[in-house]
Design a protein around this ligand. Structure first.
Ligand code: ATP
Length: 507
């Protein structure tokens, strides 16, 4: 396994062991690609949501938030195009009867080539030690070059096939690469077919009046169908935005990679309504804003890159993705799309309601154009955790696993720990806990040695640990330990809140 693959495995088990993410319905062996957030995961998720909401709704006087229902009229999804075109190409292996996403099989093949290249690089690193020039090796070593070139070529071919919706071409490429089913080991494939990703359900109590509806596959449509309501009640003028955070559901065929690709997930979306002709300007504006937002999560710049859509959807006139380098490679974390007036126009057509905006400055009515920013909450959380997960060897040779989550996102801000459970230290500590909990989400812990308690807090990313020791009982001072540096300050009990406010910015 590559270093990154190993890191990913460790991260997944860390998330489970420390109460961040659990497989759904685990006591029944789990439900594929559905996950539950545990006590720390939910706090981290809420903090990310709140931060997104603040950045979008609070910091932009012309953006309002809404919360629309998951269940919507089925015509919404006809108008949006999802009923006809929200498909993935799937292929079955005739021997194992297992179903795959055709493009995913090819992507896995490409990933293996990258893994082979990484293995060669790792081997060389060990061989050459400190003198190793990785960049030079990547561009000159014949074996590595061959793997990387082949991966890039196949990746290009895949993009073209997907862009052209060439299902026969996908099958031909799978056969040409002799990709076998991991279960049966054979290359005995069916044709590639399209598969709609929406979950269907029935609305209504009797079979006669039941109507087929869908669990929403994106939150954006809830915004479009409320465009007129918001226009009337918010008195906004273009350009203005409507933001929403909520669940979306997709019956992903191959759902792997932990919370990266789930069947039930959350999106943070904002649709920005602009005067036609100004959309490119706003597209550039939101590209920049959104990248800055991701960088402000304390993640270094080199972990992100842009992916420009080569072939645009027929309704879009510009589209980019922000990709993050997950342990399994660079993958989409947010899409920024200039969607023209497609969605509002389609809803006007299907509902018969005029989706017009009267522009007082121009003295004319039009259907606004839309620039959308669409981020995955779970993928953002995974990015924060990937970046935060750190293993350190301490001077005594022990291993410290610490989540270096930025303070403002950390699930628990402060831990209050009596050094020992006697001499009044625990009562003293509980008093501090009862005071600090009014300001910050904190935790009281008196079990096990202080070293083990520090490790537990490191593992969930708690930025500060307050320890009540023998000296506290004499002079009313405590130690406050910083998670990352592990350095301790001695602070007067009366100054703890001020100390924390300075460090945590009141977050
Ligand atoms: P992908 O190509 O990875 O399937 P997408 O292009 O279909 O993603 P969009 O429809 O643009 O994704 O959705 C916006 C965002 O929602 C994505 O950038 C991603 O962060 C998130 N997202 C989409 N599908 C999933 C999923 N199955 N699980 C978790 N997050 C998802």
């Amino acid at each position: 396994m590559t270093q990154n693959g190993e890191l990913f495995k460790k991260l997944v088990s860390h998330c489970k062991e420390y109460g961040f993410v659990f497989p759904s319905s685990e006591i029944y062996d789990g439900l594929s690609a559905v996950y539950d957030y545990g006590q720390y995961g939910v706090e981290l998720k809420e903090n990310i949501k709140r931060y997104w909401w603040k950045s979008m709704v609070q910091f932009h006087e012309n953006i309002v938030g809404i919360d629309t229902a998951i269940l919507m009229h089925s015509k919404v999804w006809q108008a949006s195009g999802h009923v006809d075109a929200f498909n993935d190409p799937l292929i079955d292996n005739k021997d194992s009867k297992v179903r795959y996403k055709a493009d995913q099989l090819i992507e896995d093949y490409i990933d293996k080539l990258y893994e082979k290249a990484e293995k060669e690089i790792e081997k060389a690193k060990k061989r050459f030690g400190d003198n190793f020039d990785e960049q030079l090796f990547r561009t000159t070593n014949e074996k590595v070059k061959k793997y990387l070139d082949e991966a890039a070529k196949i990746s290009n071919r895949l993009t073209i096939l997907l862009d052209n919706n060439d299902l026969a071409g996908l099958k031909a490429l799978i056969e040409e690469l002799k990709i076998v089913c991991p279960v049966s080991g054979t290359c005995n494939w069916t044709e590639v077919r399209q598969f709609n990703l929406m979950f269907k359900t029935q609305l209504g109590s009797t079979a006669d009046d039941a109507m087929t509806i869908y669990l929403r596959p994106e939150t954006a449509q809830g915004i479009y169908v409320n465009f007129l309501n918001i226009l009337k009640t918010s008195r906004q003028k273009v350009p203005f935005g409507i933001a929403q955070i909520g669940k979306a559901f997709r019956n992903e065929i191959v759902a792997r990679q932990f919370i990266f690709r789930m069947r039930e997930f959350e999106q943070m979306e904002m649709q920005y309504f602009v005067r036609p002709g100004t959309e490119r300007e706003w597209f550039e504006y939101w590209k920049e804003q959104r990248m800055q937002w991701h960088l402000s999560l304390g993640i270094p710049k080199e972990k992100y890159r842009w992916y420009e859509h080569k072939k645009l959807a027929h309704y879009a006139n510009a589209a980019v993705d922000i990709e993050f380098e997950f342990p399994f490679g660079f993958k989409e974390i947010e899409g920024i799309h200039s969607r023209t007036d497609y969605d509002l126009k389609r809803h006007q057509e299907f509902s018969g309601k005029k989706m017009l905006y009267f522009d007082h400055d121009l003295q004319e009515s039009y259907i606004p154009y839309v620039v959308e920013t669409s981020a995955g909450l779970d993928r953002t959380l995974l990015a924060v955790l990937t970046n935060a997960y750190t293993e350190e060897i301490l001077p005594d040779n022990s291993l410290r696993t610490v989540l270096k989550i930025p303070n403002f996102l950390a699930p628990i801000k402060v831990a209050i720990l009596p050094l020992v459970k006697k001499d009044g230290m625990n009562e003293y500590a509980l008093n501090i806990f009862n005071d600090i909990k009014k300001y910050y989400l904190c935790q009281y812990d008196e079990k096990d040695s202080i070293g083990r308690r520090y490790r537990r807090q490191d593992a969930i990313g708690t930025p500060y640990c307050i320890t009540i020791d023998g000296q506290t009982m004499q002079d009313n001072t405590v130690t406050i330990r910083d998670r990352d540096s592990m350095l301790q300050d001695r602070v007067q009990v009366d100054n703890i809140v001020k100390y924390l406010n300075d460090k945590l910015n009141g977050l």
